[in-house]
Design a protein around this ligand. Structure first.
Ligand code: UGA
Length: 385
């Protein structure tokens, strides 16, 4: 895989982590790669990362403050080794997961393994060593979401559909719809983490991400991976490989998209404010960046036309596809996820800064140039801070 180093703008919070020893499980993924860029920019932070995939972090592998462990939880003796790593760390960040909806109904056993069975020993070890576990869960624990049970006329009252960490019901669909294998496994792990806090005083933080977007998010099918990635990479793949963009079930589902830059700043604010972040659950999403998937498709082709300097992309074909044809049996959607982010705002002083267009521009620009191998178009001034 080609390596291209993105310009990293070090956030101030990284200075406040000086001298820390951080263990990151699943460090080679999208979030992990951006987190590593930040924490490894401070040479006094020692980082141990576990992952078997390192394609997104090749530019960091020779950093003297980074120790990579390329192991899965299925290898003999691994729990003992993980226990030692946890004992040596000041904080443990768990990012390891299968988090791609096309796999929830097609590989549900692996999804449950990855998101619960392989993860629970890590929780027990954090409890045993009384270490702070910062666990990345998912907005999918809200399930179908309460907005599925109200009519669109009620959308004028956010109180009816906003997702609040401590009071909103978590609504799963039927067992036969395996879409919910992921959400159920993630929810059970959240409950396991919470139980260890309650019974053993283990300090924890749970993060529920709502559609983080940015460079290095997912693979493009047929180029550096096979299968169906999440929506950003599906639409990018259609644009780059000149195929129609596919809108599942009319593209009416809505998502609130948050820049990976804002998401990483939220995490650094948690790490540097343990007295405020510990034993809390945080939705991390951008309420101002809500779009339907049909709007997202239109916006992405507009931005792609700008980045590629080719106005013909303004008319790039968009076609409808049923969820049955696209994902197969057992898929269901969440039609609207609107986060309440008051916890992150009041406790951490976090509010997202990056608008939808800027976030998409940076991401589309990265994908376009990464996969064409040409130098990156300089970032717009608004993205520099
Ligand atoms: C996924 C994960 O399940 C969450 O855990 C994760 O938090 C979230 O992504 C995320 O990125 O934060 P979801 O938003 O449903 O959840 O995943 P996407 O694959 O990005 O799908 C978003 C919407 O786009 C869905 O309505 C899907 O049907 C639609 N879609 C997807 C299309 O219309 N066309 C495509 O080509 C692909």
């Amino acid at each position: 895989m080609k390596t291209k180093i993105l310009g990293v703008i070090t956030l101030d919070e990284v200075n406040d982590l000086s001298g820390s020893r951080i263990l990151i499980l699943g460090c080679g993924g999208f979030i992990g790669s951006h987190l590593l860029d930040q924490v490894l920019s401070n040479p006094s932070i020692q980082v141990e990362g576990w992952d078997t995939n390192t394609g997104k972090i090749t530019h960091l592998l020779n950093n003297p403050n980074f120790r990579l462990v390329k192991k899965t939880m299925h290898e003999p003796g691994v729990t003992v080794e993980l226990g030692k790593s946890i004992a040596n760390a000041d904080m443990v960040i768990n990012l390891a997961a299968i988090c791609n909806p096309s796999e929830y109904n097609t590989r549900p056993i692996q999804v449950i393994y990855s998101n619960f069975i392989d993860s629970y020993p890590m929780v027990e070890l954090c409890a045993m060593h009384n270490k702070w576990l910062i666990h990345y869960s998912t907005s999918e624990v809200y399930g179908r979401t309460i907005s599925s049970y109200i009519s669109a006329d009620d959308y004028s009252d956010p109180g009816l559909y906003e997702l609040k960490e401590d009071s909103t019901p978590l609504i799963m669909g039927p067992v036969s719809n395996q879409r919910w294998s992921y959400a159920s496994a993630k929810q059970l792990l959240e409950r396991f983490v919470y139980a260890h806090h309650q019974e053993h005083d283990m300090p924890f933080t749970i993060v529920r991400p709502l559609n983080f977007f940015g460079p290095r998010m997912d693979y493009l099918p047929g180029r550096d991976g096979e299968g169906v990635p999440r929506v950003l990479a599906c639409f990018m793949s259609a644009l780059i490989d000149n195929k129609p963009i596919q809108l599942v079930d009319g593209g009416t589902a809505r998502r609130t998209i948050v820049s990976i830059r804002d998401a990483i700043r939220a995490l650094l604010l948690m790490l540097t404010n343990p007295e405020k972040a510990q034993n809390e659950i945080f939705n991390i999403g951008n309420r101002g960046n809500e779009v339907t998937m049909a709007e997202l498709a239109q916006l992405m082709r507009e931005i792609y036309a700008e980045v590629a300097g080719d106005r013909s992309y303004l008319k790039h074909p968009i076609k409808d596809v049923s969820s049955l044809d696209f994902y197969g049996e057992g898929y269901e959607d969440c039609d609207r996820r609107m986060p309440d982010v008051e916890n992150a705002t009041s406790l951490l002083g976090w509010t997202p800064k990056y608008a939808l267009r800027e976030t998409l521009w940076e991401t589309v620009n990265y994908y376009y140039h990464y996969y064409s191998g040409s130098p990156m178009t300089p970032m717009k001034a608004t993205m520099a801070g």
